[in-house]
Design a protein. Structure first.
Length: 428
């Protein structure tokens, strides 16, 4: 049987190189890895770099110094997919390998790139299982496993990553401990839907995973990734208590997507606005100062002006600390037709309203923090003489002086923007 005659899943798998083949082909090379999208993709790229370094390759950040480009792709919205296609075409003088969600969900979109080679994300994990991992830097990603249990009618990522496949708790705990004792002070626990963890096993849940966290250094904190309200609501109390009592940032990423039950039903989200409010009440009862981050999609087909106003009112009511706003973008494979799409101007106008409302709220809240003294941990060099630090609530604090990454310091808040605070180190 040739590839053209095979079933879709077999046909798709046949497009990817076996791990022994791509590892051998990339051994001893100068390689630049470009990563796009979510923390889970960052984790895949970290594992890929570990595998290639162990095989004698050198990872470089400048494409001009590389022989090979590896593009780890994201296709969450149509504009991102177009960006990926442009990125793949940008290196005519390099060997180009592609991994991530684009070849998983839309392999046919790569047919015009005749010389590009594909690496399946699962094969990165298989290859990484055979090499030692050394912690590098103050920030690490630990993955709970790919996939989700949702059927959201806007999301192509589920078409790429499939159903949840949870990694064993001991594997996750061991990875976290290795990162923390190796020097990581911010450990990002990542998955397509963190609170779906264990649904495929019937034995574990996110709550039990968090309750069993190993002892970590005092300076290490775990930042929990995105949790769908539908899968979080049955375990919200257990997760909130585990977070309160464990080595976690006081931070909850809860993608609400809409403040209208009508739109949530159209989206296939599996929860109501009342469910969202109940989850937030549970977490704030345990951690009153917790930072709530959320995502909103504007202009979903069927969304009315009243639905949009309900979303604005919900944002005012729950007062999140971070909001990511995305205009609805049709994606293939989600089960949505294109018959009832709203005009782009409506999607844009509604997006602008929510961004303006949110940023005004953020600025007012951040201005009130001027003069506060807090302990933060620098985690990222922004540029020479400037670092990003994180507070216990995962607030971003920019310090405009050199600070050693990974070492806690006290700062006085001297200014702010809607997106971050500005701090000055307190001297003895």
């Amino acid at each position: 049987m040739n590839i053209a005659d095979q079933p879709p899943e077999k046909k798709r798998s046949a497009l990817f190189l076996p791990e022994e083949e791509w590892v051998k082909a990339l051994s001893g090379r100068l390689i630049c890895i470009r990563t796009f999208g979510c923390a889970y993709n960052v984790g895949d790229s970290d594992l890929l770099a570990t595998v290639l370094t162990a095989s004698g390759s050198v990872i470089v950040s400048d494409p001009d110094l590389a022989e090979v480009m590896i593009i780890n792709t994201c296709i969450v919205i149509a504009s991102t997919e177009r960006k990926m296609q442009k990125e793949i075409s940008s290196y005519p003088d390099h060997e180009v390998y592609v991994t991530g969600c684009l070849p998983l969900a839309l392999p046919e979109s790569l047919q015009s790139h005749t010389t590009v080679k594909l690496i399946h994300p699962d094969s990165i994990h298989r290859a990484a299982a055979t090499v030692p991992h050394d912690q590098k830097g103050p920030v690490s990603v630990v993955q709970i496993g790919p996939g989700c249990v949702g059927s959201c009618r806007y999301c192509i990522t589920r078409c790429a990553r499939g159903s949840i496949r949870s990694n064993p708790p001991q594997q996750i705990h061991s990875h976290i401990a290795r990162c923390a004792w190796g020097g990581a002070v911010e450990i990002r626990l990542a998955g397509q839907d963190l609170s779906a963890y264990g649904h495929d096993t019937g034995q574990w849940s996110l709550a039990t995973l968090l309750e069993g966290m190993p002892a970590l250094p005092d300076t290490s904190r775990i930042r929990l990734g995105m949790m769908n309200p539908a899968t979080l609501k049955p375990i919200a109390q257990g997760v909130a208590r585990a977070m309160k009592n464990g080595p976690f940032f006081s931070f909850l990423h809860l993608p609400i997507q809409s403040g209208s039950d009508h739109v949530l039903d159209l989206m296939g989200r599996g929860y109501t606005v009342a469910d969202v409010q109940n989850i937030i009440d549970i977490f704030r009862a345990e951690m009153p100062d917790i930072t709530i981050a959320t995502d909103i999609i504007t202009g979903f087909p069927g969304e009315t002006d009243d639905d949009h106003e309900e979303t604005v009112r919900l944002i005012r009511r729950i007062a999140p600390g971070m909001v990511n706003v995305t205009r609805y973008s049709w994606r293939p494979g989600t089960g949505m037709s294109r018959d009832h799409e709203l005009p782009d101007r409506i999607r844009k106008d509604r997006s602008r309203v929510i961004i303006r409302e949110s940023y005004t709220m953020f600025q007012k809240v951040n201005e009130k923090k001027r003069g506060a003294v807090m302990t933060v941990i620098p985690t990222e060099q922004l540029k020479p003489g400037s670092v990003m630090a994180r507070s216990e609530r995962y607030e971003g604090v920019v310090i405009r002086e050199e600070c050693q990454l990974g070492i806690p310091c006290m700062v006085t808040i001297t200014g702010s923007t809607p997106h971050y605070l500005i701090g000055e180190v307190v001297r003895d």
